[in-house]
Ligand binder design. Structure first.
Ligand code: ADQ
Length: 462
C-alpha cells in the first residue's frame, strides 16, 4: 500500500489544539494516522514570496509540509480568487463575485508553486487526495511535472449548475483542470449532477449515469460522498461536557428559558441576516415566546480581510442591536450574539442544552454543525432542528423542520413549531436523523473515497 498524501488549504499541525479544529481536519489527520504519508498545505503564514520550499515537520509516520504564501498572493490568491471569486460562485452568489485577471493568474501561479514543492516529496505509488476549491488546478500542475499517481479531489462546497458556473470569466480553465483528476467527490447528488452537466457541456462528452467519462488521456469518475462526523465521539463529548463548567453557566444564565442556538462561521453563505430577521418575526408574530426564549448565535469572524465579510459584520451588529433594543426587558435579552469561537467540546455541551438548533444557510456544501447538533442530543429529551433546504445536510436529515432561509415568515413559523413540538414528535424525528448521522461517519466517508480512488482505478487509456 502506497503512502497517502493529503493536500488541503490548511493543515492541522502536530501539537495544535485539535479542540478548535473542525471535525474535518480531525478526520483527515486520522486518515493519515492509519497509514504513513504527507499532509501538505499552506502554513497559514505569509512571507515575501510564495515558497517552493515548505517548512517540514515529522510526527510519527506523518510528514507535514507547509509552504508560506507571499504577501501579494495572500491578497490575490487567497482573499482574491479563492474567497472573492470562487467562494461566491460556488455558493450561487453572483452578485458578490469579483473577478480580476490578476487574481486568476495568482491562483494558477500558487498552484504551480505548490505542485513544484510537492513534486519533490512524491513517490510514484503515493495516493494523492486534494481538498477543496483552493487547489482545483493542482492535479494538472502535478501531471505537467510527470506525476502519474492516482489523484482525487473532494469539493467541500456546493457545485452550481452550468448557467451559474459558466458566468465565471475563463471558467474553461477550471473545467479543463478538473479533467486531470481520477476521481472527484462532491457532497450531494445535486452537486454531482451539476458538475457532470458542466463537464458534458464544455467538453462535448457523455457521462455514464454513475458519472464516469473518458477524457482522452484519463478516465474520470464523479461521485457524491456526503461527508459525515464522528457521531459517537460527539455524543460522548456532549454527554460529559453538558455538565462542564461552561454548559452549567449557560444553563444557569438561561433560567427556565428555552435556548435557540446557531453556530456558524461569520459568512454570508450562512444566512445570518435572514436568521436574525426570522427571530424578530417570531417575537412579533408569536409574542407568547417573549421572555421565554433566548436565541444565542455564535459566529466567530472569518475572512475579515474580505470586504463583503466586513460589510456583513456591520449589518449583523446593526440588526442585533435593533432586536435587543426593541424587545429586551430589564431581566431578558432576547439575542446573544457572540463573535468569538469555542472549542469543539464546549460547543458539544452547548448543543445538548439547545432546545432548538437553527441552521439556515442560504447554500452550504454539507453543514456539519447540523450533524454535530443531532449527535449531541440526549436520546430521552432531544431538541428540534430547523434546517435550510439548501444545506447539503438536508438530503440526509429529512426529518428536520426544513425551511427556505429566504422566507423569514416561514422560518418564524418553523421556529414556533419547534418550540412547541411535543416530546414524542421530537424523539421520533431525532431518532430518524440520528440513524443517518451515526450510519455515515467521517471515517466511512474517508474510506469510501479512498477505496474508490485506489480500486481498479482508471487504467490510463492509450
Ligand atoms: P464550514 O463552512 O466551515 O465548512 P461547517 O460544516 O458547518 O461549515 O463546519 C465545519 C466545522 O467547523 C465543524 O466541525 C463545526 O463544528 C466547526 N465550526 C463551525 N462554526 C463554528 C464556530 N462558530 N465555532 C467553532 N467551530 C465551528 C466547509 C463547507 C461546509 C462543509 C464542511 C465540511 O462550507 O458546507 O460541511 O466544509 O465538508
Amino acid at each position: 500500500m502506497g503512502r497517502l498524501v493529503i493536500v488541503s488549504n490548511r493543515v492541522l499541525l502536530p501539537g495544535a489544539r485539535s479542540g478548535r479544529a473542525g471535525g474535518l481536519a480531525v478526520a483527515l489527520r486520522d486518515a493519515l494516522r492509519g497509514r504513513s504519508g504527507i499532509w501538505f498545505g499552506w502554513s497559514g503564514a505569509t512571507a515575501d514570496v510564495t515558497s517552493a520550499e515548505p517548512r517540514i515537520a515529522q510526527a510519527g509516520p506523518i510528514q507535514y509540509a507547509t509552504p508560506d504564501l507571499g504577501a501579494s498572493d495572500f491578497e490575490l490568491y487567497y482573499n482574491g480568487y479563492c474567497n472573492g471569486t470562487l467562494w461566491p460562485l460556488l455558493h450561487y452568489r453572483l452578485g458578490l463575485l469579483e473577478f480580476r485577471r490578476e487574481s486568476l493568474e495568482a491562483y494558477l501561479r500558487v498552484n504551480e508553486i505548490f505542485a513544484e514543492a510537492l513534486s519533490s516529496l512524491l513517490r510514484p505509488d503515493d495516493l494523492i487526495w486534494v481538498h477543496d476549491y483552493h487547489l482545483i488546478p493542482l492535479a494538472a500542475s502535478l501531471r505537467s511535472r510527470g506525476a502519474a499517481n492516482r489523484i482525487g479531489l473532494f469539493l467541500h462546497t456546493p457545485f452550481p449548475p452550468p448557467p451559474v458556473f459558466t458566468t465565471l470569466p475563463r471558467y474553461e480553465i477550471l473545467v479543463n483542470a478538473l479533467a486531470s483528476y481520477d476521481l472527484i467527490g462532491l457532497q450531494t447528488e445535486g452537486d454531482r449532477g451539476n458538475l457532470c452537466r458542466t463537464i458534458a457541456q464544455h467538453r462535448q462528452v457523455e457521462l455514464t449515469p454513475e458519472g464516469d467519462v473518458d477524457l482522452g488521456a484519463r478516465h474520470l469518475r464523479i461521485r457524491a460522498f456526503p461527508i459525515g462526523i464522528d457521531a459517537a465521539g460527539v455524543r460522548n463529548m456532549a454527554e460529559s461536557m453538558s455538565r462542564g463548567p461552561e454548559a452549567r453557566r449557560l444553563v444557569q444564565s438561561l433560567g427556565d428559558r428555552q435556548l435557540i442556538l446557531g453556530v456558524d462561521r461569520l459568512d454570508y453563505s450562512k444566512g445570518l441576516p435572514q436568521r436574525f430577521e426570522a427571530f424578530e418575526r417570531l417575537l412579533v408574530d408569536y409574542p407568547e415566546h417573549r421572555s421565554k426564549v433566548t436565541f444565542m448565535q455564535i459566529a466567530p469572524v472569518s475572512r475579515g480581510e474580505v470586504r463583503q465579510y466586513r460589510e456583513l459584520r456591520r449589518e449583523l451588529d446593526r440588526r442585533a442591536g435593533r432586536i435587543n433594543g426593541k424587545f429586551a426587558e430589564f431581566d431578558w435579552v432576547p439575542l446573544r450574539y457572540l463573535n468569538r469561537s469555542f472549542g469543539r467540546h464546549v460547543l458539544a455541551g452547548f448543543y445538548r442544552h439547545a432546545r432548538v438548533a437553527l441552521v439556515t444557510p442560504l447554500r452550504d456544501g454539507m453543514n456539519l454543525v447540523a450533524k454535530e447538533w443531532v449527535a449531541a442530543q440526549d436520546a430521552a429529551e432531544p431538541g428540534a432542528l430547523v434546517l435550510s433546504r439548501f444545506a447539503g445536510a438536508a438530503y440526509e436529515l429529512a426529518d428536520a423542520l426544513l425551511v427556505n432561509p429566504l422566507d423569514s415568515d416561514a422560518m418564524a413559523e418553523a421556529l414556533h413549531r419547534a418550540l412547541i413540538m411535543p416530546p414524542e414528535e421530537r424523539r421520533e424525528r431525532w431518532r430518524a436523523m440520528m440513524r443517518g448521522v451515526a450510519g455515515n461517519t467521517a471515517a466511512a466517508w474517508r474510506d469510501a473515497f479512498l477505496g474508490l480512488l485506489e480500486s481498479e482505478l482508471a487504467p490510463v487509456l492509450a
